[in-house]
Structures are given as C-alpha cells and as structure tokens.
Write a protein that binds this ligand. Structure first.
Ligand code: ADP
Ligand code: MG
Length: 697
C-alpha cells in the first residue's frame, strides 16, 4: 500500500525541494525573481539547473524537456538527454545548463499558428514559467514553459493565461487599496476543475474505427438499458475501475496533483475526478497532466479513457466544471461574504464585477467552451444550454434586489440594507439545493462554470474570466478612485451595476423551453453552435478588452479565431470520412452478409420442405434490403457533402458548411445504420455494440 504522504509531490521540484537543494542565496534570488516577475540572472539559472538535474538524475531521469501547451489542446514535449561528451568523446557527463532551463527553440512550424507562421519565422521559443514547478514524468524532467513565435506572439495556451492573471492582479489590487487593504500584495485566481471521463475495455475500443479516429462513436443503437435507472451515479465502483483509480491517484499524487474525490457519474461507464483547487496557472498544468495520466494508467489496466464530450449518443456526455474564485496572497477569498460591513461591501463589489463581466462578455464565455465535441452537449438537456446566465441563489438575489430598490430585506431588524454600514444578512451557503442546470453558478464562495467540455484545456475559459473581471474591476477602480465620497459612490456603483446587469441572473431551470424564450426577451445571446459563436470573438469590444489588458494582440486574436475555425472543420471532416468508411467497408458488407444468410436460410428451408414458412426471414430480408439501399444513398450524399465542404475556401463559410450540411448528412446515415443494427444477428455486426462498450468493463 503506498502512503499518500510519502509519495505526494515526490516527482516535483517544489518549494521544499528547492529550499533543500539550492544554496540559500540562490533560493532567495529565485523566489524574488518569481515574485517580481523578473528575468532570471544567468548565475541563478545555472545553479537552479544543476540542482534540478542532480535531483532528477537521482530519481532516474535521463532526459529533460520543455513541456508546453500549443494550440492543439494537448501538451507537447521534445526530449533531450542530459548527456554531454567529454574529452575525446569516449565518456559522457550529465549536464543541464541555465540556458537550457530558461529557453528552448522548438520548430514552431508544425504547430497550429493561425497564419502567424506566414508572417514570422518558423522558429519558436519556449520560456520557463517558474510559477509552475518542474516535475519528472517517464524518466524525463519536464520544465513547464510558455511557447511563442520568433516575433513574440503567443502560440500557446499558457502565455495569455499568465497575462490574464497579471491583468486581474493589477486591477483587483487597485480595488483592494480603495478598501484600505494594506496587507495583500497580490491577487490571483484559483480553480478546481472537476473532470469527467468514460472507461471502456480496450479490446472493444480497438475494434471501433470511430473511437480510434474521432474519440466518439459515430454509430450504435442504444442497449436495452441506458442511464434511466439512475443507478450508476455515486454507485459502487467496480473493482477494475477501483484498481485504475488507485493507480491514477498514486501517479497524480507523485506529480503533486491534489486529486481528492472520485465517483461514478450519471452514465454507465462514466466517472469523475476532482482535485483540490490551486492557482489557475497550476490548476491548468495539473488538469492537462491529469488527462494525460488518466489515459496512460487506463492503458495499464487494459482500459481506454475516453475524454470526448460525447462518446455515446443517448447517454450523458462528459464535461468539466471550472470552480473559480479570487484570492489574495494573504489567503483571503474575495468571493467569500465577510463578517464586517466593510468586508461585505468589498464582497458585493467583487460579486458585481463578476455579474457585469458575465453579462458583458457572454459571447466570449460561450466561445471559450465552443468546440465540435461540446456542441453535442450544450443545450442537449444534460449540460447547461448555449445561453449564458448566472445562478446566485434566492437569498443573495433577494439581497441584491433590496440593495437595488433601496428597500427592506426580509430580515426584520434592518429597515434598509446599507452597504458599508450593515453586516450582510446571513444567507445559506448550503450547496445541496443549488441549481444544477445553471451554466455559471455561485456555490457559496466561488463560481462554478459548468459548460467546459471534458477534453478542454481550462486555460481558455479562465483567460476570459480573468480578463473580463479585470476589466470590470478597472472600471470600478476608475470610478471610485475619483470619488469625493467613497461610501456614497460605492453605494451608487453597486446599485447601478445590479440594475444594468441583473438580466444575466437566472435562478430557475435552465433546461426548460420557457427559459429559451425568457432569455430572448431579456436580450441574452443564444449561440447554438460553434460556427455561430466564433465570429463574435473578434467583435470590437472583445478586441478592445484583450488588447487593453495585454492578454492578446489583435493579430493573436485573429490567429486564434482561424485556429478555432480550422479545428472545427477538420474535426467534422475526420468524423465524416470515418463514418463514410464505416458505412462502405463495415456496415454495408455486414448488411449484405446477413441478408445472404437469410436468403440461404430461405432456400434451404424451402428445399427441405416446400410448405415451410419463411415469413420471418423474408420480412427481415425485405427490411434490410430497404435499409441497405437507403444507407448506400445516404453514404453517397455524405460523400458529396464532404467534398463540397472541403471546396469552400473561406474558413468561416467552411465551418458553417460542415455544420449545416456534413453533420446533418452524418446524422441521417447514422439513423439508418442504427435501425439496421437492431435487426442483425450480433455475430454479423462489424464492431462491438453500445452494450459491450458501456457495460463491458
Ligand atoms: P462540490 O463538490 O459540492 O461541488 P466542493 O467544495 O467539494 O464542492 O468543491 C468542488 C471543487 O471546487 C473542488 O475542486 C474544490 O477544490 C473547488 N473549490 C473549492 N473552493 C474553491 C475556491 N475558493 N476556488 C476555486 N475552487 C474551489
Ligand atoms: Mg461540481
């Protein structure tokens, strides 16, 4: 039995290890550099690199890599060994220099750049992010790095995230100063991402081209039992899955990931892992590692971990809940209602910043969770709809109402709730009855953004959240810094914000049709698909937001939009081609083979006895012939649709075509194939059924 306290962080070059392994002055200099966000001095870098290498070699590492997060959504690494020849080259020593630690130069030309590589050199740079610790994985020392082009344009998901952390830090500190806070010297955001996933048996996975090429099933009739009995959620965990979870925890703990809870999810074969929250930057790195390690550990157990948002039609898909808050370096959660009037006023102002941010940047929040995979979930009554709204609970809503109207809150002793004077009435922070249908829910002292897809890097949504809230705090600080009477200005600002942005607050059932209508009358956006949402990214107000806070340049925004559009079209293209291949090479031959066996059976029966009844065989044969013909026609239509979509040159128009025409043709073909599946002897069906995939572990 492994002892968590012993293995936790054993593969991480963390603060404790640094303090132990680095000379005192080097350790101090490094900490100072990190805190002040200054470039590292060459001597310090060399000393840190040597200590890191010695530590890593002791733990069995032979290689090092800059570990980065390009726009592919997964992490990238390029391994170099520590070896360096000495003398005549007959011997080696192990070396790792400060230069190698700080900077790498991978070829950037094979990573998505959205047109950036046309204007800049192919060379890219990776630069050490000392706010995230180095770690050892697969005998390789991994250095978390940011990745940018020769011209300094961000080519990854980490650089803009770090910039957004800086933006919110700057603006939140301005606001804290106004409230007389002198202890805090920085503010950072925190995230705890809950990760959903499916586990299927590898022997079944290997027989499904759709899972192999696209991560989701493109065909498959529902088994007799789905999730309707609701017996999987929090149910007893099967022993094979338990063994997987134990190994997964051990591996994550070694890497310093605070894996905390795990349970079965709603759908059969679906599970969830939640870590304890950390700073957004580290949470992002750790979530990427978590997904990678999940896949690796699953393979050791003869399983495959599916991280796709919708691996199975007809059962719940997988998402990721992004629990987000703001915290000072003195450990104060800024979204936690306080005990004194002053703390309360401060809490209300931060709350207002989040409300205003979610309302004004609904489009960006929507885009931050847009992908071909997630389109199958959002609005499909298993995940929040495409409409962005916020849940703050009845009691907090009543308090905001009272503030806005200057009226009486139910609490008897007070005639009026006055900000900065009264302690907030205590309201329940109970999380049991909170609204599970809300896309963005206040859960006591944090917000839970529930719409992320399970494969997502959490970086995108947090870049939007951090930057949008930073912008609102900037506006608040501008107003309040210039006020003669701080308290009066604060009261007015909070009232005004509630009045102007309360339309984004919705405490009802987000899955209902009434909400869609209601949201429309409130003027809220309802961007149903990725191609519909993406054009909003470069709207003027959004360019203004990101450039003002130096999170993205205009060029970077256009490049990102192009990558997102391309990615969408490429994904559907691969899916459609896979579906077509399965129709032509697997499903149609299966229908033909089974039809032949039926025909043979009819002939044999008649030969044995002319009066024998062959009604069942004949009915089946007729049905299958018809379905076979329909499927053939649907396949041909799909093939033309794919061809037509690929001929479109404008990226937006292309994505629209893939959505409107190719996806629709795939759905039509699928419906026919699924009807054939239920009529055919299982031994003739060319790949494992949903029943085996969902219940086969
Ligand atoms: P529940 O399980 O009821 O959703 P938890 O309190 O267990 O609520 O938290 C769920 C996730 O939210 C966990 O990953 C947890 O670490 C994270 N979390 C808790 N507090 C914060 C916070 N202040 N900032 C960010 N994430 C948080
Ligand atoms: Mg949750």
């Amino acid at each position: 039995m492994s002892n968590p306290t012993e293995i936790f962080g054993s593969m991480v070059f963390n603060d404790e290890v640094m303090r132990e392994k680095l000379p005192k002055e080097i350790y101090k200099a490094l900490k100072k550099n990190i805190k002040e966000n200054q470039p590292l001095d060459r001597n310090v870098a060399n000393a840190v690199a040597t200590a890191m290498k010695d530590w890593a070699v002791q733990k069995g590492a032979t290689h090092f890599t800059h570990w980065f997060q390009p726009m592919t959504g997964i992490t990238a690494e390029k391994h170099d060994s520590f070896i360096s020849p000495t003398g005549d080259g007959s011997q080696i020593i192990l070396e790792f220099s400060g230069k190698e630690l700080i900077k790498g130069e991978p070829d950037a030309s094979s990573f998505p750049s959205g047109g950036l590589r046309a204007t800049f050199e192919a060379r890219g740079y990776t630069a050490w992010d000392p706010t995230s610790y180095a770690f050892i994985k697969d005998n390789t020392l991994c250095i978390p790095t940011a990745f940018c082009s020769y011209g300094g344009e961000a080519l990854d998901k980490k650089t803009p995230l770090l910039r957004s952390m800086e933006a919110i830090n700057e603006q939140a500190m301005r606001v804290l100063k106004l409230f007389g806070n002198t202890d805090a010297s920085s503010v950072y955001t925190t995230v705890g991402p809950e990760q959903e996933y499916f586990l299927v048996d590898k022997k079944y996975y290997d027989e499904r081209k759709d899972l192999i090429y696209t991560g989701r099933t493109l065909f498959g009739a529902m088994p007799p039992k789905g999730q309707e009995m609701e017996d999987h959620y929090f149910g007893v965990i099967k022993s094979r899955v338990k063994a997987f979870m134990k190994d997964l925890n051990d591996e994550l703990w070694k890497l310093g990931v605070l894996a905390k809870t795990e349970h079965n999810e709603v759908a059969p074969a679906q599970h969830e892992l939640a870590p304890i929250f950390s700073t957004t930057n580290i949470a992002t790195d750790h979530n990427q590692l978590t997904m990678e390690i999940m896949k690796k550990v699953a393979a050791n157990h003869g399983l495959v971990c599916l991280l796709h948002e919708k691996p199975f039609d007809g059962v719940n898909g997988s998402g990721k809940h992004n629990n987000w808050s703001m915290c000072t370096d003195t450990g104060v959660n800024l979204l936690e209602p306080g005990k004194t009037p002053y703390e309360n006023a401060q809490f209300l102002l931060f709350l207002c910043a989040v409300i205003k941010a979610v309302d004004e940047y609904q489009d960006l929040l929507r885009i931050s969770v847009a992908s071909a995979g997630n389109d199958h979930r959002l609005g499909a009554n298993e995940a929040p709809p495409a409409i962005v709204s916020m849940f703050i609970g009845e009691e907090l809503a009543a308090i905001l109402d009272a503030i806005e109207g200057g009226s009486q809150y139910r609490n008897k002793e007070r005639s009026r709730m006055e900000i900065g004077v009264h302690v907030l009435p205590t309201f329940r922070k109970d999380t049991t009855d909170r609204n599970r249908t809300s896309p963005f829910a206040c859960t006591g002292n944090k917000f839970e953004f529930r719409r992320l897809g399970s494969t997502f890097s959490i970086s995108g949504p947090n870049i939007v959240l951090n930057t949008a809230v930073a912008e609102e705090l900037r506006q608040f600080a501008d107003t309040l810094e210039g006020a003669d009477d701080f308290k009066a200005a604060l009261n007015e600002l909070i009232k005004k914000t509630i009045r102007e942005h309360k339309r984004i607050i919705f405490n009802g059932n987000n899955y209902s049709d009434e909400w869609v209508k209601e949201a429309e009358s409130r003027g809220l956006l309802n961007l149903r698909s990725t191609p519909e949402a993406l054009p909003y990214f470069t709207a003027e107000k959004n360019v203004e937001l990101f450039t003002r806070h130096k999170v993205f340049t205009t060029t970077e925004m256009h490049s990102r939009l192009e990558i997102l559009l391309e990615n969408y079209s490429k994904t559907i293209n691969i899916e459609a081609k896979t579906a077509l291949e399965m129709i032509r090479k697997d499903i149609t031959p299966a229908i033909t083979a089974y039809s032949k066996s039926l025909a043979d059976a009819i002939i044999a029966k008649k030969a044995a006895c002319a009066a024998a009844s062959t009604a069942v065989e004949e009915t089946l044969l007729t049905k299958l012939s018809k379905l076979g013909e329909e499927l053939y026609a649907a396949g041909e239509k799909l093939a033309s649709a794919i061809e037509a979509a690929n001929a479109v040159t404008d990226e937006q128009a292309k994505a629209n075509t893939f959505h409107d025409s190719v996806l629709a043709r795939m759905d039509e073909a699928r419906a026919i194939a699924d009807s054939a599946e239920v009529l055919i002897d299982e031994s003739y069906w060319p790949f494992p059924t949903y029943g085996k995939l969902l219940y086969g572990v």
